[in-house]
Design a protein. Structure first.
Length: 570
């Protein structure tokens, strides 16, 4: 390691990143620890990894490329196959006149450059990027690394199907039970579900494209492409899934929904299946619901202590309505379940109305909406009021009738939780009035509004301190000069997080507690921008500001907060 570092050390000194005295002081320490001098300098924050990349490029007369700033097209990415890019740790950057330019972390690796020349049958030019940027780009454009050893079974099954002719004839819904469980096609569909569960995916996307049948898993909110089955098996795989979820395989013109219950080891998981006709066939999305994996504590949601105390007071109120807002997939339902879990006591009767019931909660009465028999949100809500509940959870407020019943229930001694699709907390007021609820009803019933988003959590096993670029800090509105005491962390990538640097997600929140002044503004039907100003005056943190707090605490990265939240406009 020391010999490999020598040329880099000299260049780093020549470029002024470190002094000869600093290097001399670290050499004995590096030798005793069995690590390279350059690695030790990076760990001690004497230099940045970007400085090492620049030194490598300078030594070989190459150009440095910032992969994070590039938007590589499919045409460029397709120049290098996934297996080749992963094996040699390279990312194609451009193509011109029969020459392919790739980004590489180690320009001294002449064997890699020579191998690429023969494999791609083209002249190879290279630019230098950091190992972190190479890893991030490989995950982004080619799909994240899968769990070692686990995905091999899926790839073997796909390989078996690729090398053999499989004819599957599907006649009716009962045919699925008569097919042998170890048939290659059945094994493939089962393996898709098992691997997705093991990789902590929340969704499985099966997407028919013109020439391929693409498979993607959504892991921690980010889609990652997996190995695709042969295109010729597209119809058979879709039919198999439709049979399992009790859909009509004869109907291919309209969307359908269904459910699958599957077993992974000693765990039972439910899958909510959606089928949508597209130009090249039916697209399938399976939402994985792990009933045993739901973590219902408020701290697990991502609240800091001050926000958690505020929220606990709100959900402990005897009546009123509390709305959680945000787009689809922002964790609203999980937050509501956590609220119910927190206040679930023997002296309280809790009833929920959901479509569908995603998780079964002990001690709580849960009602499944069934439009086919006329059991709508509004009808169910009317009926459950006769059951004398203390707390009602309504899956979503969709129309005036549902909103009116929910608000009237909150005004007659019930505590009501529900969700609404709006971008921020004050916008929920405008939305309710827009669908027809009278402003005085909104003002008198609403106790608080909370907006939330999900951001990825830095993997604890490979988290390491780092200094983010000034540009990243300024994108969050942070002055790089005012970050004393901050703990910036970054995941290097490990087996625990599939080399993404992130594992799990948590929320960023803005909580708008309605006071008398806010009620007066709501009654006067002021725009949401005016309500937002009032909320800020009361001390409401915006989503971006809450995200910044969690970046400074080393829980997530600036990129995640920028991706998930909108900049605050004063």
């Amino acid at each position: 390691m020391a010999e490999k570092d020598d040329y880099l050390v000299d260049i780093l000194v020549d470029l002024g990143f470190v002094t000869a005295d600093q290097v001399a002081n670290l050499r004995n320490e590096a030798t005793a620890a069995g690590v390279g001098v350059v690695d030790l300098m990076v760990a001690n924050k004497l230099i940045r990894s970007a400085d090492v990349t620049q030194a490598k490029a300078a030594h070989f007369g190459a150009e440095v490329v910032m992969l994070g700033d590039l938007k590589l097209t499919d045409d460029v990415i397709s120049l290098v196959r996934r297996d080749v890019a992963k094996k040699y740790r390279v990312v194609p950057v451009s193509h011109h006149d029969g020459c392919i330019t790739v980004a590489i972390a180690d320009p001294s690796d002449l064997d890699t450059i020579d191998s690429l020349h023969h494999l791609l049958r083209a002249q190879i030019e290279y630019k230098v990027a950091s190992e972190e940027e190479i890893e991030s780009a490989l995950n982004k454009y080619y799909g994240g690394r899968t769990v070692i050893g686990e995905n091999s079974q899926l790839e073997k099954t796909i390989q078996e199907l690729t090398q053999s002719e499989v004819a599957v004839t599907v006649g009716g819904a009962n045919d699925g039970g008569e097919v042998e469980a170890d048939a290659p096609l059945i094994k493939l569909v089962n393996q898709l579900i098992i691997e997705a569960f093991k990789m902590r995916a929340s969704d499985i996307h099966l997407e028919p494209l013109s020439k391929t049948f693409r498979v993607r898993y959504r892991i921690d909110g980010v889609l990652q492409e997996m190995k695709s089955p042969p295109k010729r098996l597209q119809a058979s795989i879709i039919s198999r899934i439709k049979i399992q979820s009790n859909m009509s395989i004869a109907e291919r013109r309209i969307p359908q929904d269904g459910r699958i219950q599957s077993h992974v080891g000693n765990k039972t998981i439910d899958l909510r299946v959606s089928c949508l006709p597209t130009n090249h066939g039916e697209s399938i999305v399976m939402r994985i619901l792990d009933k045993e994996g739901l973590r219902l504590g408020l701290p697990e949601l991502g609240f800091f202590t001050d926000d958690q105390q505020t929220f606990e007071k709100l959900i402990g109120l005897p009546d009123g309505i509390l709305l959680v807002t945000g787009p689809t997939g922002s964790g609203k339902t999980t937050t509501l379940y956590s609220c119910l879990h927190f206040i679930n006591r023997p002296d309280r009767k809790i009833i929920t109305v959901e479509d569908p019931v995603e998780y079964q909660l002990a001690g709580i009465n849960q009602v499944q909406v069934n439009e086919t028999v006329g059991l709508s949100f509004s009808m169910a809500l009317r009926s459950i009021l006769r059951q004398a509940p203390n707390v009602i959870m309504l899956g979503e407020i969709r129309d005036l009738e549902t909103a009116t019943i929910a608000i009237n229930a909150s005004l007659t001694g019930h505590l009501v939780f529900s969700t609404l699709h709006t971008n921020d907390a004050p916008g929920a007021v405008t939305r309710l009035i827009d669908i027809g609820v009278k402003p005085f009803l909104v003002a008198s019933s609403t106790r608080a509004l909370m907006a939330q988003r999900l951001v990825r959590k830095i993997c604890r096993q490979c988290a390491t301190p780092y200094t983010p670029p000034d540009a990243d800090l300024r994108s969050l509105g942070i002055d790089p000069k005012n970050v004393e005491g901050a703990t910036f962390m970054k995941g290097k990538g490990c087996g625990n997080c599939s080399n993404t640097g992130y594992r799990g997600r948590f929320g960023v929140f803005e909580i708008f507690v309605i006071d008398d002044e806010a009620r007066k503004l709501i009654y006067e039907r002021v725009p949401s921008s005016v309500l937002r100003i009032r909320a800020r005056e009361m001390g409401m943190r915006t989503l971006r500001e809450d995200g910044i707090r969690k970046v400074l605490a080393g829980l997530t990265s600036p990129e995640e907060v920028v991706r998930s939240t909108v900049g605050d406009v004063e």
